[in-house]
Structures are given as C-alpha cells and as structure tokens.
Ligand binder design. Structure first.
Ligand code: NDP
Length: 463
C-alpha cells in the first residue's frame, strides 16, 4: 500500500526532487559502508522520513547536507588489552564514533556487549545526533563501546578492562570535547572505574567529562532513572491524545536493565500493571503485576538472572527464550532491551492481542516492517529518538550541575525531565502536522531534530 507521502511525492515536483536526492544519498552510503546492516537500517528509517523537510529547504541539496551528515566527523577504534584473573592476556576492541559536534561536545553512551561492532556504533551514534538535538540542550552526537562482555567477569576483571579502555580513550575526550556515559553493560560501576582512570591520567577532577557518575562524586540525582521515567512520561502524553491512560493498563517491558527497571517503576507509579519483563535468557509473567522493588533488588543490586524472581513471587511463571514476551497480552509494550528485538511477527501478535501503544525505550528495538505494521494498524508508536531522550537530557543536566559546581534536588531534576519530555513530544507532534503527516511521531521527531542540526551546520560553514 502506498503511503500518503509516497502519493504526494508522485504529484509534487519539489518532493520528487527531494526524494530523488535522499534515495541517491542512501544508495551511495550503503555502497560505501558494506556490511553495516544496523547503520543502513537506521538510515532507511530516517532518510525517507525527512523528504518533506528537504523539499521545503532545497538549498540543503546544493550544500550537500546529507552527504556530510551520514559521514561521522571521526571514528576511533583501538586495542584494549587486559589481564584476566588467571593471568591470561585478553584483547578486545574499543570504539568511539564522534558523529556530530555541531550542537555541542559529542555526547552519548558507552556499550560493553559482545555484539558491539562498527555498524552498531554508527547506528547508535547517528540516532544520538537527532535525539540530542530534540532535547534542546547543547550536545552533539557520539557513541562508543567495546565487544567486551562484563557478564561473568569478576569485579577486578571489569575494573582492569575499564582502566585499559580509558588509558587509550582519555586522549579523545573531555568536558568540552566528548562526554561519554553508560549504555548496555555500562552502569554506575563501570562509569566509576572509567572516570577514576580518566581522573588519574588527567591529574585533575574534571567532573563534566563523564555523566552517569555516582551521586556521591558529581553524578546527578535521577540520572539513573531518567531514560525509563522519561519514556513513560512520553507514553503518558501520547496516550492522552486518544483519551487513554497508563492507569489500569497492562504493560509488557522487555529487558530488566537500567532502562527497563525504571520504566517499570514509573509505569507502576502511574497506575499500570507491569505483567512481564525479560533478560536475554527468558521472561517472567506475573498476572498480578511484577513487584518492581524486588526486581530492582534482584537485577540491579544482586546482579542475578530474571528466572530467580520466582523465589519472590510464587504466582509468577518463567518462560525460557526472551522473544516470546511479545505474545503476552498487553495494552502498552515498552521494548527496553536492545536493537531489533521486536519484529513483524511480534508486532502481529501484539496487534492481535489488542495493543494500544508501543514505546521504544531502547534504541531501534523495532524492525522497519514492525513499525510499518503498527502504523498501518493505527497503533500509537513512540520512536526511540524521542521517547528515550530523557537519559541524555539528564546527562546534559548533570554537565550543567558540574559546571556550576552545584547539585539540584531529585525533585528539581525530575521536574526538568518531565518538562523536557513534554517539549519533545509537542515538537514531534506539531512538526509531523506541519509537514503533512499528522500523528506520525517518527517523521515528526526525525524532521524536528534534523532541521536543528541542518541549520547549525549551514551557519558553521562547510566543515
Ligand atoms: P542494561 O545493560 O542495563 O540492560 C540491558 C537489558 O537488556 C538486560 O536486561 C539484558 O539482559 C537485555 N538484553 C541485552 N541484550 C539483549 C539481547 N540481545 N537479547 C535480549 N535481551 C537483551 O542496558 P540499558 O538498560 O542501559 O539499555 C537498554 C536499551 O536502552 C539499549 O538499547 C540502550 O541503547 C538504550 N538506552 C539506554 C540509555 C541509558 O540511559 N542507559 C539511554 C537511551 C537509550 P542480560 O542481562 O541477560 O544481557
């Protein structure tokens, strides 16, 4: 079926020219980056949706904006040698993609997971540019990580690895250059070890060089909760547009890491029942609602597997295999684990079971086919670039507090977070309507973020 936009492109010469430009940049970029499938996927989701913005600004074509935008300003890879507890030398690869510094210092998390590669770094870095632009705060886009797997390593192995990673990476970062934070496999513990090593090498306490720090040494209150809370605030706003609410809704949340746990906490606080959560081994269903504080204790504090939640809740059931979670009936689904965890088949199961709304708390958790299916079936869809921007927004607030050498109360930070999420939602909604795609928050957030970045790029010349 042809979308409204595809029909308009056929009729309107300016749209036709913009679509041709976008298609040629997409094809050429794919040709020049063979095998980077996740990066290609994020380009395929982003580029076609901004055709109306290019048509409205034909000068972007002459200025080669997209050709510049799809090429990272800098891509760093490096060797990370470390010694395990048995005295064996191990080697991992470290990455940092410094994608765009047009709005501020590069900003984005560091991921430690065995799947990390150039493609995953580039998709995450590319998404980060527009997400950060949407927050309205002065931060550019970047992302980093390593194929190191912290799972199953001892405390000292994680520390030695983190220190070795920083011993190379420190030279590329700083409070006005590049400010990393956590992501999958990188929480307060790993940030602490990396920040400690950075501080030692630099010989000074540059608090603003890292975010997601412990609150005792320059971290912000509510940073840990910010991505999950922010995503739920966004969902709350989105549901209101259809006179629906989280109160009384059944919610399924994939993952049980930082983002998932605090999305579950806030959804529960707003009256929802979180009926299922997962980790990479399987998922737990509790029809009466998962006890979130117990889950936080199990996953965040004790670092155990989700299966062991059954010790606390004898009505809960465990199912091996994390993908099955989308067959659990719910009104709201929050994919909060990893990329491409929700595909077309999962989308069909969710729609069949009467889902109202999907919120991408994770980055690119939904495949392109699944997004199209949700939209075609009138399911509300909150794209990750907008819905999970709360984490980086509070990271920017952490930087602001570090610069002022002050700290705000939890109430003050959460208030600002709520305000920022409201603003992001409104921007996405009004931009979608302005460009002729009412209700399409994917297009609305992509275009709103893109225009900000594009205008700053033009103002700063060809760099
Ligand atoms: P965590 O490492 O804290 O948690 C990740 C969770 O997802 C774990 O429960 C993990 O299970 C599960 N998971 C990871 N990989 C897979 C997989 N391949 N299949 C199934 N489950 C998997 O990470 P975060 O919560 O920080 O990040 C989750 C998502 O949110 C990511 O997409 C991240 O990029 C995104 N995000 C995070 C932000 C933040 O502030 N932390 C900000 C914005 C987005 P297991 O423990 O078994 O591996």
């Amino acid at each position: 079926m042809m979308t409204q936009l595809e029909q308009a492109i056929k009729r309107t010469p300016a749209l036709k020219e913009a679509a041709y430009y976008v298609e040629s940049v997409l094809e050429e970029t794919i040709r020049r980056t063979p095998g980077e499938v996740e990066f290609h996927q994020s380009l395929k989701e982003f580029l076609p949706s901004i055709v109306p913005a290019i048509a409205a600004h034909p000068e972007y074509i002459r200025l080669g904006l997209l050709e510049r935008l799809v090429e990272p300003e800098r891509m760093i890879t490096f060797r990370v040698p470390w010694i395990d507890d048995d005295g064996h030398v191990r080697v991992n690869r470290g990455y940092r993609v410094q994608f765009s510094s047009v709005l501020g210092p590069y900003k984005g998390g560091i991921r430690f997971h065995p799947t990390v590669n150039t493609s995953i770094m580039k998709f995450l870095g590319f998404e980060q540019i527009f997400k950060n632009a949407l927050t309205g705060l002065p931060i550019g886009g970047g992302k980093g990580g390593s194929d190191f797997d912290p799972k199953g390593q001892s405390e000292f192995e994680v520390m030695r690895f983190a220190q070795s990673f920083m011993t190379e990476f420190y030279r590329h970062m700083g409070p006005d250059i590049d400010v990393p934070a956590g992501d999958i496999g990188v929480g307060a513990r790993e940030v602490g070890y990396m920040f400690g090593q950075y501080k030692r090498i630099r010989g000074g306490f540059e608090a603003g060089a890292f975010t997601g720090k412990g609150v005792g040494y320059g971290g912000s209150l509510v940073r840990k909760e910010a991505t999950g809370y922010g995503c739920v605030y966004f969902m709350d706003e989105m549901l209101r547009t259809r006179d629906k609410s989280l109160a009384g809704a059944r919610v399924v949340i994939s993952g049980s890491g930082n983002v998932a746990l605090y999305a579950a906490e806030k959804a529960t606080a707003l009256g929802a029942t979180v009926v299922a959560m997962s980790d990479s081994d399987g998922y737990v269903v509790s029809e009466e609602g998962i006890d979130i504080q117990r889950m936080i204790q199990l996953k965040e504090v004790e670092r155990r597997r989700i299966k062991e939640y059954l010790e606390y809740d004898d009505r809960a059931v465990y199912y091996p295999g994390s993908r099955g979670i989308w067959t659990v009936p719910c009104e709201v689904a929050l994919p909060s684990a990893t990329q491409n965890e929700l595909d077309l088949e999962d989308a069909k199961a969710l729609v069949l079971n009467g889902v109202w709304a999907i919120g991408e708390c994770a980055n690119m958790p939904t495949t392109l086919e699944a997004i199209e299916y949700f939209m075609a079936n009138d399911v509300l869809f909150a794209p990750g670039k907008a819905a999970n921007a709360g984490g980086v927004a509070v990271s920017a607030l952490e930087m602001a507090q570090n610069s002022m050498r002050m700290s705000w109360t939890a109430h003050e930070v959460e208030d600002q977070l709520r305000h920022i999420m409201h603003h992001i939602f409104r921007q996405a909604l009004t931009t979608a309507a302005q460009y002729g795609m009412p209700g399409n928050l994917v297009a609305g957030s992509n275009i709103a973020g893109f225009i900000k970045v594009a205008e700053a790029m033009i103002a700063q010349g060809v760099i």
